[in-house]
Design a protein around this ligand. Structure first.
Ligand code: SAM
Length: 212
């Protein structure tokens, strides 16, 4: 069982609708159920589900509020992170979640369906095979090193857009990024999640933003 409850989210996101609260409250039990059938989150980490997976995913929402109709692609979503928490938070934006492994997408599909998320689609696909210039933002967490991620995804983003940040990539990263980000250092902005969230977990966690 998750020992940390969804209440943690509401300290940082106090303006949610009743429907969003219901959806976030349902996430823990839904993942407990699905994770027992198809392992998408390490069983041990389910104890920290709302902190490590949901709140971490929502770190992206501390750096941008997606405008209605913004098209967002989550590459290598696994069981739906960061895409599912973001789709709950931004019901008027459009999310497409892909992973190369079909059984993970099966979990995403089931959870989205059970939550009644109508702004989310998903597919089994490799990032490299997706249509160019088809989305406003690519979001992701823990898929590959940033240079490779850039190679896979930079062609998928159309330029400009109507959000507070220009269209681009928003990648959740942790640890020492100095070497990995060196080739991009003139263009990227690194947001420290510990400026938004006080839990120790966020000490080294960042959102790396690269405009298209
Ligand atoms: N983003 C999720 C999360 O943070 O919980 C999953 C992270 S998991 C460590 C990495 C995921 O990326 C795996 O589910 C894997 O199947 C997927 N993946 C790896 N290479 C990929 C590619 N080229 N295209 C799509 N998905 C890929």
């Amino acid at each position: 069982m998750s020992t940390i409850s969804s209440a943690l989210l509401y300290r940082y996101f106090p303006d949610l609708s009743a429907q969003q609260i219901e959806q976030f409250d349902s996430l823990g039990p839904l993942y407990e159920e699905w994770n027992a059938k198809i392992n998408v989150i390490s069983r041990k980490d389910m104890e920290n589900f709302y902190l490590h997976h949901v709140l971490h995913s929502l770190g992206i929402a501390k750096v941008i509020s997606f405008q209605p109709q913004t098209q967002i692609l989550d590459v290598g979503t696994g069981g739906g992170f960061p895409g599912i928490p973001l789709a709950i938070l931004f019901p008027q934006a459009k999310f497409h979640l892909v992973d190369s492994i079909g059984k993970k997408i099966k979990v995403v599909e089931a959870v989205a369906d059970q939550l009644g998320l109508t702004n989310l689609t998903c597919a089994q696909a490799r990032a490299e095979s997706l249509a160019p210039r088809s989305v406003d933002f690519v979001v992701s967490r823990a898929v590959t090193a940033f240079p490779e991620f850039y190679q896979w995804t930079h062609k998928l983003i159309r330029p400009n857009g109507t959000n507070s940040l220009k269209n681009g990539m928003l990648y959740l990263k942790g640890g020492d990024l100095e070497e990995e980000l060196q080739p991009f250092k003139r263009k990227i902005i690194v947001f420290d999640l510990n400026s938004y969230f006080s839990e120790e977990f966020f000490e080294t966690k960042k959102v790396v933003y690269l405009p298209a």
